[in-house]
Design a protein around this ligand. Sequence first.
Ligand SMILES: *[C@@H]1O[C@H](CO)[C@@H](O)[C@H](O)[C@H]1NC(C)=O
Ligand SMILES: *[C@@H]1O[C@H](CO)[C@@H](O)[C@H](O)[C@H]1NC(C)=O
Ligand SMILES: *[C@@H]1O[C@H](CO)[C@@H](O)[C@H](O)[C@H]1NC(C)=O
Ligand SMILES: *[C@@H]1O[C@H](CO)[C@@H](O)[C@H](O)[C@H]1NC(C)=O
Length: 533
Amino acid sequence: MGRHINKLLRSPLVIVFLVQVCVCDRETCDRRPFDTQTAPLPPDNRFYIDIDGITERYIPGVQYTVRLLSKDGKSTFIGYTIGLREDEAYNEKNPRKPKRLKPGRLQPSPDSHEGKTRPYCNNTVIHSDITPKTSAEALWIAPEKGSHCVTVYAIVAIKPDVWYNYEGPLSKRVCEDIRNADDILPTQNDDCQVCEEARYQLTFEGLWSYNTHPKAFPQSQELARFSEVVGASHSKYFSVYKYNTEASAGIKMLAEQGNTTQLEMEIQAELGHGVRTVIKATAPAKTNLTTLTSFRANKENHLVSLVTGIMPSPDWFLGMANLELCEFKTGQWAKTVKLNLYPLDAGTDSGKDFESSNDGTSPPQPITSAAIAKGEKVKAFARVIVDLIRTYPNPNCVSDTSTFSYPEESTKDGNGGIEPPVSLEPYTTPKSEDNVTPDPGSSEECPMTAWEEWPCEGECENGTLTGMRLKYRYHIVDGIVVGKYNSASEDREVPKYCSKEETFQTELCEEDCLNIESEEEEQEDTPEPELAP
Ligand SMILES: *[C@@H]1O[C@H](CO)[C@@H](O)[C@H](O)[C@H]1NC(C)=O
Ligand SMILES: *[C@@H]1O[C@H](CO)[C@@H](O)[C@H](O)[C@H]1NC(C)=O
Ligand SMILES: *[C@@H]1O[C@H](CO)[C@@H](O)[C@H](O)[C@H]1NC(C)=O
Ligand SMILES: *[C@@H]1O[C@H](CO)[C@@H](O)[C@H](O)[C@H]1NC(C)=O
């Protein structure tokens, strides 16, 4: 390695090339906010980056909302950069120059007025104004298959020269989910606010036959069948079965004998509290044919689960637990959801083959995946398709869609957790809005306020303060200053063709120092800039 570097350093051409790559690529785009010269604050947990609906794995090609949030919902920031960093992979052609994989695309969020792309920086969204905020968001379109992991990061400025670099909770690395999209349960929505009730059609499509699963089919082929299909639409407080948890008596009977009577009784007992519809469909006529049923769902009961026994088998069954119908992203009823089903082991019988004789497991084991064709990836045994048929209006329902939904459920206890963001509504609506005069320097199509300047901030030496000054101004739409006070009365859309107008700038500044002594003392006593409470 050392030798390579030495060789490189001896060639001036290569150095120039390296410097250029860094400047146009990383350095300018990961640049410190407002070009400040100060060092970043050490990482703490005041702000963090969150990707809606995922913790570790992304599905290629899917759109995700990326959020930069303040942990206490109160701490504000004025500027930010949200960016993507792709993985690198070994390059066979040139082992010294790793191949850069794709990070997908990052864009300003269509749901937010705030945020814009940064010129010349791919996949970078920055603040479009410097009003204090507690959250910011951007839209990430995950890369195609084979892109491995992507780091989504943020740089946050709480003042022009007080900032956090993309460390700790301001970076989040997520990796590709290599499962088939139909193998993944949709994200559960713990705050379903949908008002209408829904009716869904449920299609259970058997995909299991000797032709398709020669190594995972009973020897006596004519015995193969599924039991009746039993399940429920239900709330988050009920479950038909849970992976990694001991099977109920009803699941045991279904899995071992294909008898659904006990399980139906277990579900029926919860009708009206935790269960909306008891689902039951006749067994498909053959293991590669389809059976249909329908069920209803509502605001409380927006999950659907079902099971069917695999016959003959020691204790194997197919199951779908807690399929979400109230979409996490939109808060609306999902139109269509599909899920592949793979065999599960109820943990109640130790038989190893379809036709093993009874061999009760004692003590019972938790429900896990069934090891049927050992060492081989088992193909799905069935697929469930859930289609929205119609919705029913519910005039008594009060939907609370105005609340910002937080990833953690902690708004109830009020202390310690994430609180809802404080309203930025001013106590009194400023009257000055009534007769704003646009800056004569701004154009007629895109009127702007005059620049307002922040104090020059920098170092005092020999009576002269040298540093950086921040300037900002606002768009004026219909005679209203947009975005200055964050009040509802100024909620005007800035025309697209005006968005090129800069709303903030930084400039070098130099002025006489005031209170030189006290400033110097302060700087020595508190090397870290003081944070807002
Ligand atoms: C930005 O994206 C364009 C088009 O996708 C690409 O050609 C260019 O190399 C990218 N620039 C950087 C710095 O990655
Ligand atoms: C179902 O499986 C049987 C036998 O395994 C096969 O003959 C038949 O074509 C299959 N039907 C469908 C619809 O795949
Ligand atoms: C299923 O089990 C119940 C007892 O739990 C029994 O009464 C019923 O006859 C069984 N059904 C079948 C089809 O074996
Ligand atoms: C400040 O003054 C001292 C002495 O007069 C001088 O040596 C120094 O260069 C000055 N510094 C600057 C930045 O002008």
